[in-house]
Design a protein around this ligand. Structure first.
Ligand code: DGJ
Length: 724
């Protein structure tokens, strides 16, 4: 059992293979945090409070004994208005309008497996690989119950956390804030690493000291967004990619979130993570409950790279749809950058025929096939085929594509509605809006009210009609704007604060319904590129389009950043025709992802076609090393400004792929690249070089690549090593 409880000092200890998490119940029934870090043995622990001292201004929770003040104590779940002035985890508003929220220990239970997650995305764990500690806390003044869940993974240094609030009082209450975790550290010697960006520049990492006061990484756009990502890493000052202590916090959620840190006057730091409190207010009538999204905490004592690799395993083994866990994904050609809206049956068929000759396995018809859509001004919500464009209908097209030997995939944007659509004309009230306010358009479109069952039913009915009409193996689910005028016409005034969360729950329900109906469907989420790249979406789709930016050099920082939490096989990455970088370099970068093409093969020269055939052979050869292997980020693109390098090592260390990209001229500087994650005692043969090296040599002495053709903008080199 990975969870121990010591009755004598009311102490809980959660152990993963390499980490321990310890907390205790105080005399006053507060849940006080003691330790989170590298694994320690059981006999070393005692409820000595690291944070006992406090000043005269700090409220005393011990009735004058002066032992504990919520002001400085390390809390497992902070309340509000009872003397802990730092970030609250939960805030409840009561009938009398007050918001003091006090959480005191009542009982606990420990059981194998995981708690029920209802309709929320969650870690797919069971009795064979996880244990759960559920602590029941109660507000003594009101009877409201808070279940604090800790699910401990037995084989990875990860712990999942969530909080469920149950209204056991006799009055209606309102949740003003419900975060998923609170984690206090006694010393603030951390840097904060987070991912920021915008459209076409998603998830660039930024590392800065945790400053005094509150820092917030957040989205209030109705989606996790291009701008920030629902995950942060706290790394000790001295921690680097390959060494040192760090902690990762990542939320399985796609809506509004905040990941907050607060460094206090006593030298400590608190992290809370969960649904953003802005515009959030959830009504609970007596007997109702609300469960927070699940947050994952990862500890690494071996640097940020190891933290990422743990997250990657968590996502691969416990989040993505099990159907795709071990299955090879089809290699796709997407019509978007090759045709945009300008295609007909003949054009799609030619893409399929030419693609087939290159080795493509799945043809994806992107935006523009439905309603009367020829640009982005119409037809969202009218999910039936545009027969003016695809004259023989969809079933005929799909049949012909399949006769060419390819699978077929199609694009939808189910959460959107165009003012110029039959659906809008029939149901103008179905779009998100506030009565009396003008609706803000973005990309000429409105958002459909996903909180409403009848709306979801209709979208599902339309999608089902398409998917039942012919064999479709893949759906790209797009989301091309953020929410404005956030409200549902159907929600009563005191429940409008539920809108954002209900919206994303509606999206989750529809995606799950699709997968229940078509369990073998490959779903790829997308949001104007990577505007909703998060753990919530990965629960439904094993891959997400990473960015609309397919320039291989600009993609480097996007893919480096995305890999902080998310595995290579989740990153939608395509070779496109856009920039005059070598096709070799485009493929070298796209191979760090799902790999696919997004271009018009008819426009390629014979030489380029031959190159692409070779790339596809290389993709098949290296697939397992990349998709099931471990990533080692060697040189980030921002480090020295002239090269960028990474390697994948197969899970069993039997092979490795080293990729080096030249970003700009090196000005005659030596270039030595040292690989990581190999078996030091093994001999690896590199077919491109035509000789063998020991793992120890490759990792320590490294390869001197100074005389390789890497000394220019957009050059690349891939070296594949196999164990002898
Ligand atoms: C945004 C996506 O990121 C693109 O790949 C493409 O599907 C367009 N939407 C289509 O409108």
């Amino acid at each position: 059992m990975s969870i121990s409880y010591y009755e004598s000092n009311r102490l809980f200890k959660l152990d993963t293979p390499g980490s321990s998490y310890v907390f205790t119940v105080s005399k006053e029934n507060y849940l006080l945090h003691l330790y989170y870090g590298a694994r320690i043995s059981d006999f070393e622990i005692e409820p000595s409070f690291f944070r006992s001292s406090y000043s005269s201004f700090s409220p005393d929770a011990t009735g004058g004994e002066g032992n504990i003040s919520p002001d400085v104590a390390m809390m497992e779940c902070s309340g509000n208005g009872i003397g802990d002035y730092r970030l609250s985890t939960v805030i409840v508003r009561y009938k009398d309008g007050t918001t003091a929220t006090d959480l005191r220990y009542l009982s606990h239970r420990i059981f194998p497996g995981r708690p029920d997650a209802g309709a929320l995305p969650h870690l797919r764990l069971d009795e064979s690989n996880a244990d759960t500690l559920e602590i029941t806390m109660q507000d003594p003044a009101t009877g409201v119950i808070f279940l604090i869940n800790y699910t401990v993974l037995r084989d990875l240094d990860a712990i999942a956390r969530s909080i469920c609030v149950q209204n056991r009082s006799s009055d209606t209450i309102y949740l003003q804030k419900l975060h998923s975790l609170c984690c206090d550290f006694p010393e603030n010697d951390f840097d904060l690493i987070h991912l920021y960006g915008k459209w076409a520049k998603e998830r660039s990492p930024q590392r800065l000291p945790v400053m005094q006061g509150v820092q917030s990484v957040a989205s209030t756009r109705g989606a996790s967004s291009h701008y920030h990502n629902p995950g942060i890493c706290l790394a000790k000052k001295e921690t680097g990619e390959e060494h040192g202590v760090c902690y990762g916090f990542n939320l399985l959620y796609s809506g509004n979130f905040s990941a907050d840190t607060e460094a206090d006057g006593y030298g400590g730091i608190r992290v809370t993570l969960g649904i953003h409190a802005k515009d959030f207010c959830w009504k609970l009538t007596p007997g109702d409950s609300l469960l927070s999204p699940e947050a994952i905490m990862v500890f690494s004592g071996k640097g940020i790279g190891e933290m990422s690799r743990i997250f990657h395993r968590v996502y691969l083994n416990h989040v993505i749809p099990p159907y795709w866990r071990e299955r090879k994904r089809p290699l796709l050609l997407n019509s978007w950058e090759g045709c945009f809206f300008d295609f007909d049956e003949e054009k799609i068929l030619r893409l399929a025929q030419e693609g087939k000759k290159l080795g493509i396995e799945l043809l994806v018809m992107d935006d523009g096939w439905f309603g009367h859509r020829n640009d982005d001004t119409s037809s969202l919500g009218d999910w039936f085929v545009n027969e003016n464009k695809l004259k023989g209908g969809l079933a005929q097209l799909v049949r012909k594509v399949r006769e060419e030997g390819l699978q077929f995939g199609i694009w939808f944007e189910p959460e959107m509605i165009s003012p110029d659509s039959d659906l809008y004309r029939a149901h103008p009230d179905w779009c998100v809006q506030i009565k009396g306010r003008e609706k803000s358009l973005a990309r000429h479109q409105c958002v459909i009210d996903m909180t409403r069952q009848e709306v979801r039913d209709e979208i599902f009915r339309q999608m089902k009609a398409v998917l039942d009409s012919c064999p479709i193996s893949y759906v790209k689910w797009d989301f091309n704007r953020n929410l404005t005028e956030p409200s549902s016409l159907m929600l009563p005034p005191d429940q409008q604060g539920e809108f954002f969360h209900r919206f994303i729950l509606g999206t989750y329900e529809l995606q799950q319904r699709l997968l229940d109906e078509y369990p073998q469907l490959l779903l790829e989420n997308c949001s104007g590129g990577g505007g909703r790249f998060d753990g919530g979406m990965l629960y439904y789709s094993p891959q997400i389009w990473c960015s609309d930016n397919t320039d291989p050099i600009e993609r480097l920082s996007i893919q480096f950043g995305t890999s902080l939490f998310y595995p290579a096989s989740s990153m939608g990455a395509h070779v496109s025709a856009n920039r005059r970088t070598d096709y070799d370099t485009k493929a070298a970068v796209a191979l760090w992802g799902t790999f696919g093409y997004e271009l018009d093969p008819e426009k390629l020269t014979e030489e380029q076609k031959a190159t692409i055939k070779d790339q596809i052979a290389y993709y098949h050869k290296t697939y397992d090393t990349i998709h099931n292997g471990d990533l080692y980020r060697l040189t980030p693109p921002w480090k020295n400004g002239f090269t960028c390098a990474w390697n994948f090592t197969a899970k069993d260390q039997s092979s490795a792929l080293l990729t080096v990209i030249g970003i700009r001229r090196r000005e005659f500087q030596t270039l030595v690249v040292r690989m990581r994650g190999l078996d030091a005692n093994a001999i690896y043969y590199c077919e491109e070089i035509g000789r063998s090296y020991s793992g120890a040599f490759l990792m320590n002495a490294g390869l001197n690549l100074s005389d390789r053709d890497l000394n220019r903008d957009g050059a690349s080199l891939m070296l594949y090593f196999t164990k002898q």
